[in-house]
Design a protein around this ligand. Structure first.
Ligand code: PXG
Ligand code: PLP
Length: 446
């Protein structure tokens, strides 16, 4: 019997669901079924407790199945399950927006709400293009981004995303061009931000010279690249991007879907890296993963550009939004999540414990096949050497061995990825690190 059968699933049920970003053939040949989760642990169909080293998918930093969030959601469902978000409002959407603005860098004092990080990236870049049009510069349409960047799975995200496997099936998307990524062979095993490489940002000047600033709406980057395996920017790099964008009148967007809401040891990567963009996107941790919600933070000068050109008073200034934008249940989950982050001082905890995680994850240096380790806050990536000419094979094998040994580790490309739960204990950190080491040693004896 496999785990699907033990979970009571039929073959037809297993076949019916085309799983996202999943090797469906491999998965369905030996399913891994999660049936419950609590705190830092997942429960699988065999009743095993599995330590969650990625907080779900970078979502559940405050721990799984928090009763405070469940209660807030239940109460909200009983009071107001849904309110039309177009032309009508409900209190929580405004209260949550104010609260997010209070946590944001000072200039960013307006919020749009979405259901996901992908929708947040689409919304941010649509607003950037429309902003220039509203400001009389309609030719500023290109969205520049970065190799290895991930900005979601919708048309925007795959157009300016820089992960080749996520683009190749779809052909022509939006007009874009990509900066190089910031991974450099000479910086392997850097702890935190690499010392060298700030000049990589100067490549933006070359792209601007090529396309001309009059054709460029925005630059979108993750403060550190998450999905690509936690690629941390060199010291001074983001500052340089900021200066170049300001100089050329190009909006700078930070995609903080992973880096935001605590993962960086601050509320925002912007804060952790000391650089304020014009627009921030967020999702994932905003509801602790309990209910889908994302959003976009921007400054009033962008908002006002639409308001002042709004036309007749009853007309819509920005024809954009989703049926579930500002969903009351998602807002309730977000308010409860922010309460937990604040009352349990979880972001301070991440900042306090990040040095411990850094030294523990870097203790894996020297293990066979580990060719790089990177970290920032409660995030880390490990690059493994290619096996049989396939860079993606070994991370998959190692992560599955970790799963068998009771630790969930995410694999992607040639990397293993870690996004620790914010309340992780020291012995749990040790267990993650030793399980990775033992898995590699068991699979590939010297
Ligand atoms: N931007 C960034 C920076 C992200 O990391 C998205 C946008 C898209 O968000 P949605 O909610 O539409 O998925 C993401 C999502 C991984 C992993 O293992 C990362 C993401 C999603 C799933 C897995 O690194 N990032
Ligand atoms: N497709 C159709 C036919 C719709 O009517 C709508 C919304 O009304 C959508 C797509 C968009 O759905 P959502 O607003 O949930 O993104």
């Amino acid at each position: 019997m496999n785990q699907a059968e033990r979970a009571g699933l039929t073959q037809r049920q297993l076949d019916s669901y085309w799983m996202p970003y999943t090797g469906n053939r491999e998965f369905k040949s030996d399913p891994r079924i999660i049936t419950a989760a609590s705190g830092n642990y997942l429960t699988d169909a065999d009743g095993r407790q599995i330590l969650d080293s990625l907080s779900g998918l970078w979502t559940c930093g405050a721990g799984h199945s928090r009763p405070e969030i469940a209660e807030a959601v239940f109460k909200q469902l009983n009071k107001l399950d849904y309110a039309p978000g177009f032309q009508f409002g409900h209190p929580l959407a405004f209260q949550l927006s104010e609260r997010i603005c209070d946590l944001a860098p000072e200039r960013l004092n307006r919020v749009c709400l979405t259901n996901s990080g992908s929708e947040a990236a689409d919304t941010a870049t649509k607003i950037a293009r429309a902003y220039w049009r509203q400001s009389g510069q309609a030719s500023k349409t290109k969205i520049l981004a970065r190799q290895k960047g991930y900005h979601g799975a919708s048309w925007g995200g795959i157009s300016f995303g820089g992960i080749p496997a996520n683009r190749k099936l779809w052909g022509q998307g939006l007009e874009t061009d990509l900066l190089n990524h910031t991974w450099r062979a000479e910086s392997v095993f850097s702890k935190g931000m690499p010392e060298q490489g700030a000049e990589l940002a100067d490549e933006l000047e070359s792209l601007i010279a090529l396309h001309d600033a009059s054709n460029i709406a925005a630059v979108i980057v993750e403060p550190f690249s998450g999905s690509a395996g936690v690629i941390v920017p060199p010291k001074g790099y983001l500052q340089r991007l900021r200066e170049i964008c300001t100089k050329h009148n190009i909006l700078l967007i930070f995609d903080e879907v992973i880096t935001g809401l605590g993962r960086s040891g601050a509320y925002w990567g912007a804060e952790a890296f000391g650089v304020t963009p014009d627009i921030i996107t967020f999702a994932k941790q905003i509801t602790n993963g309990a209910v889908p919600l994302g959003g976009v933070l921007l400054g009033e000068e962008i908002y006002d550009a639409f308001i002042t050109k709004g036309g007749a008073p009853h007309s819509v200034e920005l024809p954009h939004g989703f049926t579930y934008s500002g969903h009351p249940v998602a807002c309730a989950a977000a308010m409860a999540t922010l309460d937990i982050l604040e009352s349990e001082q979880l972001i301070e905890r991440v900042a306090d414990k990040a040095p411990e995680f850094e030294s523990k994850i870097h203790s894996l240096r020297g293990i066979n096949h580990i060719v790089d380790i990177r970290n920032f806050g409660f995030a880390a990536g490990i690059t493994l050497a290619a096996k049989a000419g396939d860079p993606t094979l070994r991370p998959y094998e190692v992560a599955l061995e970790c799963w068998r040994r009771g630790v969930y580790v995410r694999w992607g490309g040639d990397t293993l990825q870690f996004g620790l739960p914010f309340k992780i204990e020291s012995d749990e950190m040790d267990r993650i690190v030793s399980t990775v080491a033992e898995s590699i040693e068991a699979l590939y004896p010297a």
